[in-house]
Design a protein around this ligand. Structure first.
Ligand SMILES: NC(=O)c1ccc[n+]([C@@H]2O[C@H](COP(=O)([O-])OP(=O)(O)OC[C@H]3O[C@@H](n4cnc5c(N)ncnc54)[C@H](O)[C@@H]3O)[C@@H](O)[C@H]2O)c1
Length: 240
């Protein structure tokens, strides 16, 4: 029972699922919280997986999720905050409730997962890491991206604040992905080639970075950072 334990929000599909599968393949146990019941059901089950259907923006659901993790695994080493929603809309059509919904899920959800997960890390094993999935939209924009971008920039602030509050026992970092293809998504050659590396991102690009940031021996001097992983797109000047 001394296998490490990770929790991943939004692990029922795409990036979150890829992170969960990568960790399982590296001998971790994983606890997934997702609001998508069908998506969770479609994930293969095993002794090493805890699936929980819940909403990361609900204090009640998140508290219950960590009680279940404590009951089943008795420890926690890594929190991956990944669950998010989009919410792109013309700014003057964006209602206050739509704005609040995006902030509740994308930012308050990350706060709640950290607030109620950290006590378990500190209890057993006493040390661990948090990885917050942000976005390159935290530092650049298109029109209609106010709620999503604000939530993602907020995650960067939450990340460096937590790195200070929780060090030295817990390292806290953000990953800002660029365009990451979903499961079975295909795009044109032109779309790939606009990237300085010649291709769009793969889910495995993000999963490998999460694994690196969770490994004290490899990334033990990194905390409070935001690692941009975007094939170079935020370093490419575009005027037309
Ligand atoms: N795919 C990309 O190109 C890209 C780029 C930059 C950043 N990101 C970020 O990566 C993360 C994952 O993105 P993705 O593309 O895999 O998204 P996705 O929409 O495919 O998956 C998100 C998962 O979160 C779950 N979820 C949504 N709201 C929830 C809630 N309230 N409670 C619990 N679960 C909830 C969904 O059911 C889904 O399974 C997000 O934080 C996203 O902002 C993605």
């Amino acid at each position: 029972m001394d296998k490490k334990v990770a929790t991943i929000s939004g692990g029922a599909k795409n990036i979150g699922k890829g992170i969960a599968l990568k960790l399982l393949s590296e001998n971790w146990r994983v606890a997934i919280i997702d609001i998508d019941k069908n998506g969770l059901q479609n994930l293969e089950g095993s002794e090493d997986i805890l699936k929980f259907c819940g909403d990361v923006s609900s204090e009640k659901d998140v508290k219950e999720f960590f009680e279940k993790i404590k009951e089943k695994f008795g420890r926690l080493d890594l929190i991956v905050n990944n669950a998010a929603i989009g919410g792109f809309k013309n700014f003057l059509d964006l209602s206050v409730s739509e704005w609040k919904k995006v902030i509740d899920v994308n930012l308050t959800g990350y706060f709640l997962m950290s607030r109620f997960g950290v006590p378990l890390i500190l209890e057993n094993p006493g040390k661990g890491t948090i990885v917050n999935i942000a976005s390159t939209r935290s530092i650049m924009s298109e029109p209609g991206n106010e709620a999503y971008s604000a939530s993602k920039s907020g995650i960067l602030g939450l990340t460096h604040a937590l790195a200070n509050s929780l060090g030295p026992n817990i390292r806290v970092n953000a990953i800002s992905p660029g365009w990451i293809l979903h499961e079975n998504e295909t795009i044109s050659e032109e779309e790939h080639k606009q990237h300085p590396v010649g291709r769009a991102g793969k889910i495995s690009d993000i999963a490998e970075l999460v694994l690196f940031l969770s490994d004290e021996n490899k990334s033990g001097f990194i905390t409070g950072a935001n690692i941009v992983i975007d094939g170079g797109m935020t370093r490419k000047m575009i005027y037309i």
